[in-house]
Design a protein around this ligand. Structure first.
Ligand code: NAP
Length: 323
């Protein structure tokens, strides 16, 4: 299957490629790496690029996109670029300027998708994680419905084709969906999702509302020291996942990605390695049986790699609810 046509329809009529390339890298990785890996990903056939202001590498990703458009590898209209509104910009008056900054960084006239990165508002300013003298993150109080209205205006202004959210729980999604005068529903909710945290209840809820679930850390995360405990389980070494891979003559990474596609989930994969990027693109070439899908479903243990504990006392901290 040509990955360019393996797309999922969004509730606003646009389409999202079912496999996306992740551009987040932990702090220790030089930002210049994003330029090389994004170019390689486009060469490998990825057409959906997942960016974020908070990754501090939009400039490098944008340069890579520009260079691949200029050398004819890809046309802008065949690309799906998404970025995210960071938590320090949730006040409604900060939303459009934040998107304009992202567009400038990416050297794009529009993004295909703009999403609220995290529902916990932080104090506005230059710092990504503003902290007080005790090292505690300084949070802010913002009505997410007001942020959403500002997102709707960005879509109306043509700065983004679609708008969505990330790391929202059911209650927060319902808050937006039930907002009086809602103009556009979120097209997606991008959340951590893999066989150890398969999000089946959130997925069912999203499907019932025509919201696409987009899976991040689908390969078990990059385990950045800042966010993930060293003792966390290594997904790609899971014996059941490895047995399913062996049976299908595929790699554990391909099985973890294919698992999501067959559940109707759009999936992101971060990768530095050219060979593995190509391997990840091959997930459209095989199918898992319903028995294999059941085995993978059985791995769920509601295990979250990144809990973002630093803001877990905020009323909008999303991971205290069951889903
Ligand atoms: P991930 O996709 O779970 O990938 C984890 C690791 O898998 C990568 O570091 C990569 O190693 C390795 N890998 C890739 N392909 C492989 C293969 N074929 N065989 C073996 N190993 C392979 O990582 P993630 O960064 O956590 O998630 C993906 C993307 O989701 C991010 O980059 C970001 O765009 C997005 N994200 C969003 C949020 C949010 O809050 N919305 C949070 C986290 C992530 P190498 O790096 O060594 O190649």
């Amino acid at each position: 299957m040509d990955p360019k046509v393996w797309r999922v329809k969004l509730n606003d009529g646009h389409f999202i490629p079912a496999l996306g390339f992740g551009t987040y890298a932990p702090d220790k990785v030089p930002k210049s790496k994003a330029f090389e890996t994004t170019k390689l990903s486009l060469d490998a056939g990825f057409r959906h690029i997942d960016c974020a202001y908070a990754y501090s590498n939009e400039r490098e990703v944008g340069l890579a996109i520009r260079s691949k458009v200029e050398d004819g590898t890809v046309k802008r209209e065949d690309l799906f670029c998404n970025s995210k509104l960071w938590a320090t910009c949730l006040r409604p008056e900060l939303v459009r300027p934040a998107l304009e900054k992202t567009l400038k960084n990416l050297q794009l006239d529009y993004v295909d998708l703009y999403i609220i990165h995290f529902p916990v508002a932080m104090k506005p300013g230059e710092e990504l994680f503003p902290k007080d003298e005790h090292g505690k993150v300084i949070v802010d109080t913002v009505d997410l419905c007001a942020t959403w209205e500002a997102m709707e205006k960005c879509k109306d202004a043509g700065l983004t084709k679609s708008i969505g959210v990330s790391n929202f729980n059911r209650r927060q999604l319902e808050k937006i969906l039930n907002k009086p005068g809602l103009k556009y529903k979120p097209v997606c909710n991008q959340v951590e999702c893999h066989p150890y945290l398969n999000q089946s209840k959130l997925l069912d809820f999203c499907k019932s509302k025509e919201i696409v679930l987009v899976a991040y850390s689908a390969l078990g995360s990059q385990r950045p020291k800042e966010w993930v405990e060293e003792s966390a389980l290594v997904l790609l070494e899971d014996p059941v996942l490895c047995a399913v891979a062996k049976k299908n003559k595929r790699t554990p990474a391909q099985i973890a990605l294919r698992y999501q596609l067959q559940r109707g989930v759009v999936v992101l994969a971060k990768c530095d390695n050219e060979k593995q990027m190509k391997e990840n693109m091959q997930v459209f070439q095989f199918q898992l049986s319903s028995e294999d899908m059941k085995l993978l479903d059985g791995l769920n243990r509601n295990f979250r790699y990144a809990r973002f504990h630093i803001v877990d006392d905020h009323p909008e901290y999303p991971f205290s609810d069951e889903y």
